[in-house]
Design a binder for this molecule. Structure first.
Ligand code: NAI
Ligand code: MG
Length: 500
């Protein structure tokens, strides 16, 4: 693992960034603040409002007030505003990318810039879909006109995590607004700055109250948002544990809920696929260049036993050639883990692997205690080879660069092990044999299976989880219609006697 130059942090004072309620930039009612850290340098970069129930209540009232007019705007007119937001965002991608890299620790070149670019594209994609909020007519006979309307739900309460904060925020904001809802979104306390920057661009084009973005902790700000009686839809991305809390809050009031939760995704490599491009694909699917802080990380590598050692050798060479270092350095491929808590959690898993007798460390290990990397939360890409699919490292979402490689002999065994998980978000299958590839793709219990590639989500593809990885779909037209509209049926009797 090579290390890129760690440029010394500038001694700039952390700046203060406010949150957005009803078109105005405001502090928390309590006046309290939280600190945002650059995890690559462990320096404070900004303070943000520590939002709580009083702020949630204000934001929800503003969103409720804005809903009446916003929902009545013809959809394509709303879409046009989203297209203008996309254009404005495209002109500021570089600024946005640097903010993301600084607050998340995600490397600028490999992650933050692509995230900023895709975010603008998400607004463009949904802006163009506004005309598709169509209903149906139902053929009940000549004397009946029965049709459906796709109506917005009202105020959407959205809560997002820190791992791809701006993209995940846009995936709530753009479809919710396009469909005629208004929104109150709570950013993650670790990565609110990019989301607030995006909100600033959105607010230039939107009436006050249509978009409200709050900052604060999960319990103090996310909790009251999930429980607010005027919220008509909850949309959450984050851990499965908090997803359950959100779903319980939704159950109390019978509001629809969408959940994008965790994953422990399998990557199955067939014996004919011991090739360089597959190794590259497995690395990309494992999201090593995002410190594997991704819900779609292919973190369980099922390698056919005939290629097991040779494949791991190639993987080892390629991963160790990646440069880890300052997220803002263009040369860095890999950045830092989001915060100390996550860093310690990842190190805990690595430590457990190192102590387990029947697991073999292929490469990696615990982070250095000295040198440039010790200045930030840098976790070293680590691979354990193991024969078992049933220890903690092979079952739990680590959300860090720790990959477990497990050998297999028969296709059925590979599929059985792949499906032996309470998660079901993504999966990767690698082989030249189209029959094996598709048989396996169909047998895997995951919402998204990629064959011979390890790419990220694209606008238009319905993305979401099976099992405890979630409910509902995002990224697509169907996702917008299912998650952010409700169908109303209107049935008209055409057989009314004529007047007079
Ligand atoms: P988290 O699920 O606690 O946080 C996600 C969002 O939920 C944040 O905005 C947070 O403030 C909010 N939140 C937390 N508790 C809440 C509550 N009681 N009520 C309402 N909102 C609440 O995730 P965290 O703690 O940052 O990471 C822990 C683990 O979660 C990670 O190690 C990873 O395994 C998983 N995770 C998965 C993600 C995914 O995209 N699948 C994203 C982030 C974390
Ligand atoms: Mg948490």
């Amino acid at each position: 693992m090579s290390v890129t130059e760690q440029t010394r942090p500038t001694a700039a004072q952390p700046h203060h960034v406010q949150m957005l309620i009803d078109g105005a930039w405001v502090d928390a009612a309590s006046g309290e603040t939280l600190m945002v850290e650059n995890p690559g340098r462990r320096t404070s970069i900004a303070t943000i409002p520590r939002g709580a129930k009083a702020d949630v209540d204000r934001a929800v009232i503003a969103a409720q007030k804005a809903f009446t007019a916003w929902s009545k705007i013809p959809p394509r007119q709303r879409g046009r505003l989203l297209l203008r937001i996309a254009e404005a965002m495209e002109s500021r991608i570089e600024e946005l990318a640097r903010i993301i890299a600084e607050e998340t620790g995600n490397a600028l070149r490999t992650q933050a810039r692509p995230e900023a670019t895709l975010t603008a594209d998400i607004f463009r994609y949904f802006g163009g879909l506004a005309g598709e909020l169509k209903g149906e007519t139902i053929p009940l006979g000549e004397n009946v006109l029965s049709y459906t309307r796709r109506e917005p739900l009202g105020v959407v309460g959205a809560i997002i995590p820190w791992n791809a904060p701006v993209l995940l925020g846009a995936l709530k904001i753009a479809p919710a607004l396009c469909a005629g809802n208004t929104i109150v979104l709570k950013a993650a306390e670790d990565a609110p700055l990019g989301v607030l920057f995006m909100a600033k661009i959105c607010q230039e084009f939107l009436p006050p109250g249509v978009i409200n973005v709050l900052t604060g902790t999960g319990e103090e700000c996310g909790g009251p948002l999930a429980q607010n009686p005027a919220i008509m839809k909850l949309s959450f991305t984050g851990s499965t544990e908090v997803g359950k809390i959100i779903m319980r809050a939704a159950a109390d009031r019978i509001v629809p809920v969408s959940l994008e939760l965790g994953g422990k995704s399998p990557s199955i490599v067939y014996p004919d696929a011991n090739e360089d491009w597959v190794v590259d694909g497995v690395i990309s699917g494992m999201r090593f260049t995002r410190q594997s802080q991704s819900c779609t990380a292919g973190s369980r590598l099922f390698l056919h036993q005939d290629i097991f050692d040779r494949f791991l050798e190639k993987l080892s060479t390629k991963v160790q050639a990646l440069k880890m270092g300052d997220p803002l350095d263009e040369a860095s491929d890999i950045g830092a883990i989001i915060n100390e808590k996550q860093f310690r959690k990842v190190c805990g898993y690595v430590d457990e692997g190192l102590h387990r007798k029947d697991a073999r460390l292929v490469f990696g290990g615990l982070p250095p205690k000295e040198g440039p990397l010790s200045q930030g939360y840098f976790a070293i890409p680590t691979v354990f080879a193991d024969t078992s699919n049933d220890w903690r490292l092979a079952r739990e979402e680590i959300f860090g660069p720790v990959l477990v490689a497990i050998p297999w002999k028969n296709e059925e065994d590979a599929i059985r092990m792949a499906n032996d998980s309470h998660y079901g978000l993504a999966a990767y299958v690698w082989t030249h044999e189209i029959g094996s590839a598709l048989r396996t793709a169909h047998a895997i219990e995951s919402g998204w299976v990629q064959v011979n590639q390890g790419l990220g989500q694209q606008p238009g593809h319905s993305y979401g989880g099976y099992k405890q990885s979630g409910i509902g779909r995002e990224f697509s037209l169907e996702g917008m219609l299912d998650s952010f509209t409700q169908r109303k049926n209107v049935t008209v009797n055409l057989n009314v006697p004529r007047l007079g």
